[in-house]
Each structure stands twice: as C-alpha cells, then as structure tokens.
Design a protein around this ligand. Structure first.
Ligand SMILES: Cc1cc2nc3c(=O)[nH]c(=O)nc-3n(C[C@H](O)[C@H](O)[C@H](O)COP(=O)(O)O)c2cc1C
Length: 374
C-alpha cells in the first residue's frame, strides 16, 4: 500500500512539474531593452540565454538602435518582454515613448515588464531600490494596447547613479550580480513555462505613494539633471560619449561635449569615458540648485505680492509657472555660461576639484561581464 502511495505521489509530482513547467508554452521570445550601464541589458541576455537553452526562438532588440531592427514577427505563441532601468521612480522616457508607438496587439500576446533598480548591499543585507511608476505605467500602456500582462518584476542590480554616490566596490557589485542572476533565471524558468509572476505588485502601495515624485522627475527633474554633466580639460576629444549616447543627447560645442535637455542621465557617457573627463560639478550644481529650489520661490512670492494686488496669485498657477520658468532659465543659463568658461584653465580647475566625481574613491560603474561564469 505504502509503495502504491509513493508511486502515486511521484506521478502527481511529475504531472504538476510538467504542467507548470512546460518549456514549450511559448515558441518565441522577443525582448526590447534599454540600458545605460549594462544592468538591464545583462538581465535581458540572461533571460534570452535561458530561453535558447530550452529551444525557444529569441530576438533581443536594443530600443536605442531600434531603427536598425527590421523583420520582427510576433506569432500567436510569442511572449514579449521589456527590460530597462528605473530613472526617477519611473521608466526612462525612451521606454515610455517606445511603448506609446508600439503596435496594438493582434493575437493578444502575453508580455512581461522588468525594471532594474538601485540595489545596494549593506553589510550582509541586500537592499532593494524603489520602482515608483517604472513598472506600472508601461504595464498599463501595454494592457490598453490589448496585450496580456504575464510578468511584473524588479531586479535589484547595483545602483549606477554615480552623480549622487560613489560607484559600489567590485566585490559588492559581484555578489549583487550573482544573487540577481539566480533570481532572473528563476523568473525565466517560471515565465517561459507558462507561470505568471507578479512579484512587483507587492510594492504597489509604496510605488503609488511616491508617484508624485515620479511625475516631478519626469516633467521637471530630468531636465535639470541633464545639466549636471561637464567635460573638463582631461577630455581628449575622442567623442566616444557623443557617438555612443543612446538618445543622441550630447552635442559638440567649442570642441567639448555639451549635454542637451534630451539627456536621460543614463550614466553611460560618464562611466565609459576612458579619460575620466566627465564630472558632476557638485561645487556648481549644489549652490545653483539650492538657490533655484529655496531662495528663488521666496523671491517670486515677494515680487508677486509687491507688484500685484491679487493675493491668491501667490499660491496659484502663476506662481508655479513663474517658478518653473525661472528655475529652468537659471539652471540652463548657468550651464551655458559654465560651458563657455571651461576654456579658462583656472575655471576648469575650480570645477574639477569641486566635483566629488573627480576623486579616486568616487568609483565609476559598469555592469561586470564575467559574472556569466558563475
Ligand atoms: C538618473 C537616475 C535615476 C535613478 N532612479 C532610480 C530610482 O528611482 N529607483 C531605483 O531603484 N533606482 C534608480 N536608479 C538606479 C538605476 O535604475 C539602476 O542602477 C539600474 O540597474 C541601472 O541599469 P542600467 O545599467 O541598465 O542603466 C537611477 C539611476 C539614475 C542614473
């Protein structure tokens, strides 16, 4: 009797495994990705490699070079994925624009969204980043287009935001990567065998609570951040930054790279520069931002209440419009002036040595390549 029970149990288990983990649920996987420093592209490649090991056809498409990718066929059994970093508690604008133009569903295909976030490691604990609207918005946009949400998850790879903190140490980066590779393979195994994964939904209350910040970043903050990159005299005009910018945001003005408002602060330029010539000029940005965000609103309020009788204007739309116009003009104007002044050696030195990013302890960040060997 006991033997029969064991046999039945084994049969049941293999049936469950077969039905849940049927590797032929999909016959094609297409992933569109965007990546600044390699985290999101690495996650996309892990999933693609897993799919190929299960004989699923794959296509991996870099959104930044989308013009070159023709011949995309979405069949009934194709699963679609989007991998991208989180920028300002949101998906990068390039992703949102891409999904806006994405064709409506013909076969009602299944899709997943996967954002990489700012993972950290504090002592032995892995700390997660925060998604905000980074998963929610693209997922809703795809649902509206008729696709079926099948996967919704974040992967906490190392933070690449080296304008605000030094790049993580190599050892820490490596251990975060090893952990994330395991998580991604688990995700791939489940999703490609037909199991839905909505891990990211647990964080929905927090994500919604910080959504005003996501909006602020999207409509305001990202333009301010685009003006926080400067090239010092160390620049040897190799133009790697200009040629590789995924959103073509860097122009050449006066023989130096100049960051336009198209910049998405993906950090590729800064981390790729062999001369370490690209800095975040903290000595300049901090006082200007402090002025724009704390003194400027007070000056505007005083101005409005002195020269108009309309008290309600001080808290109304006009106040905010003036505030936005003036703070943008201040940040953009000062950036232009500083770019011109950088040709003077003395000024260059001041900017360089008041930039924290200049110092060796302020490491750069790029996703490691050799973690594949683990
Ligand atoms: C400008 C900027 C904003 C960021 N905002 C967030 C954020 O809101 N939440 C988060 O968890 N990580 C944030 N990060 C960290 C990146 O999303 C994270 O490091 C990501 O894995 C980088 O992926 P990539 O190498 O593919 O570009 C931000 C990074 C940058 C450069």
């Amino acid at each position: 009797m006991a033997k029969i029970l064991i046999l039945l149990n084994l049969l049941l288990q293999s049936l469950i495994t077969f039905s849940v983990l049927d590797p032929k649920k999909f016959d094609k996987l297409i992933i569109w990705y965007f990546s600044g420093t390699g985290n999101a592209s690495q996650v996309a490649r892990w999933i693609i490699e897993y799919a190929e090991s299960k004989n699923i056809k794959t296509q991996l498409i870099n959104i930044a070079k989308h013009e070159q990718s023709t011949n995309i066929e979405i069949t009934k059994k194709t699963i679609i994925g989007f991998c991208y970093p989180t920028h300002g508690f949101n998906a990068p604008p390039i992703i949102l624009k891409f999904i806006t133009r994405f064709p409506r569903a013909v076969h009602g295909n299944k899709f997943f969204v996967l954002n990489t976030r700012a993972g950290m490691k504090i002592s032995k604990l892995f700390a997660p980043g925060l998604s905000g609207l980074a998963l929610l918005l693209p997922a809703l946009m795809m649902i509206i287009k008729g696709y079926k949400l099948f996967g919704y998850r974040s992967i906490d790879l190392p933070s690449n935001w080296i304008s605000i903190h030094p790049g993580l140490k190599e050892k820490v980066v490596f251990s975060i990567f090893v952990r994330c590779k395991r998580i991604t393979l688990n995700f791939s195994r489940k999703i490609l065998s037909g199991k839905k994964i909505f891990r990211g939904l647990w964080e929905l209350p927090v994500d919604l609570a910080i959504s005003p910040v996501s909006m602020g970043y999207y409509f305001f903050g990202r333009f301010m951040l685009s003006k926080t990159f400067i090239a010092t005299n160390a620049c040897n005009q190799c133009w790697i930054c200009v040629e590789n910018c995924p959103v073509n945001a860097i122009k050449i003005i006066d023989d130096k790279p100049y960051w336009t408002y198209r910049c998405e602060s993906c950090m590729q330029c800064m981390n790729n520069c062999k001369q370490r010539a690209i800095e975040t000029p903290h000595g300049l940005v901090i006082p200007i931002w402090w002025f724009a965000l704390s003194i400027l609103p007070l000056i505007i309020l005083k101005f409005i209440s002195n020269y108009t009788n309309a008290e309600n204007l001080t808290k109304g739309l006009i106040y905010y419009i003036l505030y936005i116009i003036l703070s943008f003009s201040l940040v953009f104007g000062s950036y232009k002036i500083v770019h011109k002044l950088m040709k003077f050696k003395f000024f260059n030195k001041i900017i360089k040595y008041t930039s924290l990013t200049t110092y060796r302890f302020w490491r750069r960040y790029k996703a490691p390549k050799n973690v594949n060997k683990t």
